[in-house]
Design a binder for this molecule. Structure first.
Ligand code: AMP
Length: 375
């Protein structure tokens, strides 16, 4: 029998604090419960949806007293979105272990640093150049046309970016986004968009989930399809890139790498130093979910298997909650609602389909997409 003190020590060793209280924080908290992991959230928004399932401290990211209180009695801290102010992450990392380390935040918060880092470790990217507001055409000469103009910071789900087909359009975009620092990228005529999710443990063990094919709608992820037989899994390119990124940064936790596939070649578009929307399928579709593996990694526990359980597809629910009865009638459909009030463009939930064969997945996706498009 353990003494009450021993139980308390064990409890403290399993206490995790998550910066950010959105759906990713919520799914991290839910994944922790079966393992006895107690998650608390920190979010400036008092009604952040993760607060429905775990204790939430609501305070601004520059409130050092609140941050210090949040760090108390935690075995470790992590974050569920990469725009946590770097100063807050650094302040916390001085008090308690924070994974992934603030260095990863620093790099991946800025599209220019991100692309330079990817290149420096030999991960190919689209041609890119920083835009100098005094001489923007220099960037255009490097990327050529068409190109994509993006804000270096705080862009997500296709926000803060636009495609230029002519020099006039390029200059108009530069004008529109100023005074934000900008980057230009060559427009990639990709065959498809894919992502890979990897996790690295304290002891350096790395595991990578099968590749996912992603379909976006207006810049927002709509559908992810996981086919364990995908030829990219055989090539191991994505695995090699992720391994290089994780090892170079001495990274601990889950990392997602979004890529463009052109022929047989993968070009890195974006890195997320956190659990990722294109990994939600792992809750039902893999032996261990990305959320559980992230918690295991940051707590210094052994990683779980990333082996897929058959074939999976994940559909995001964006802007509205569909009628749930017909969805629940679809065999192998798993509904997740985040407890958020719907508004246009907002991710309010997702559905994962998991089947034993590819044919069954394709068959069941048809009625599901019909239900969702009938709204
Ligand atoms: P991002 O915010 O960088 O992930 O971009 C959002 C979406 O814009 C991507 O998922 C792509 O569909 C598209 N996109 C971004 N950059 C490029 C590019 N260089 N070439 C072609 N499409 C792009």
């Amino acid at each position: 029998m353990r003494t009450p003190e021993a139980i308390e020590t064990l409890g403290a060793a399993m206490r995790v604090g998550v910066l950010g209280g959105g759906q990713l924080g919520r799914m991290l908290a839910l994944a922790g419960y079966p393992l006895g992991i107690r998650t608390a959230l920190y979010d400036p928004t008092p009604d952040a949806c993760a607060g429905q399932v775990a204790p939430l401290i609501s305070a601004p990211y520059d409130d050092l007293d609140a941050l210090a209180r949040f760090a108390e009695n935690k075995a470790c801290l992590t974050y569920e979105f990469e725009n946590v102010p770097l100063a807050a992450a650094q302040f916390l990392a001085e008090r308690v272990s924070l994974h992934p380390a603030p260095r990863a935040l620093e790099i991946f918060q800025d599209r220019l640093q991100e692309k330079q880092f990817l290149r420096s470790v030999g991960v190919p990217t689209p041609t890119f150049a920083p835009i100098d507001p005094a001489a923007p055409e220099a960037a255009l000469h490097i990327t050529g046309l068409p190109c994509v103009v993006k804000t270096r910071r705080l862009g997500y789900d296709g926000k803060g970016q636009g495609v230029a087909h002519t020099a006039q359009e390029f200059h108009a975009l530069v004008q529109r986004f100023q005074p934000h620092p900008l980057i230009a990228e060559a427009f990639v005529p990709f065959d498809r968009e894919v992502s890979a999710i990897g996790v690295r443990a304290h002891d350096g063990q790395i595991a990578v989930y099968p590749i996912v094919e992603n379909h976006h709608d207006g810049g927002v992820l709509r559908l992810s399809v996981v086919n364990p037989d995908d030829a990219l899994n055989e090539q191991g390119q994505a695995r090699a890139y992720l391994t290089r990124l994780l090892e170079t940064l001495d990274y601990v936790g889950v990392m997602a790498l979004e890529m463009f596939q052109v022929g047989n070649q993968l070009l890195a578009n974006e890195v997320a130093p956190r659990v990722h929307n294109s990994g939600h399928w792992t809750i039902e579709g893999a032996e261990t979910s990305q959320f559980e593996n992230h918690l295991r990694a940051i707590l210094g526990l052994p990683l779980g298997s990333v082996a897929p359980r058959g074939y999976s597809a994940m559909v995001n629910l964006i802007g509205a909650i569909p009628p749930i009865e017909p969805i629940l009638q679809i065999p192998n459909a798993h509904l997740h609602l985040y407890g958020k009030s719907p508004r246009p463009g907002r991710k309010v939930g997702h559905i994962t389909l998991r089947t034993d064969t590819r044919e069954a997945l394709e068959q069941q996706l048809i009625p599901l997409m019909e239900i969702l498009s009938a709204r």
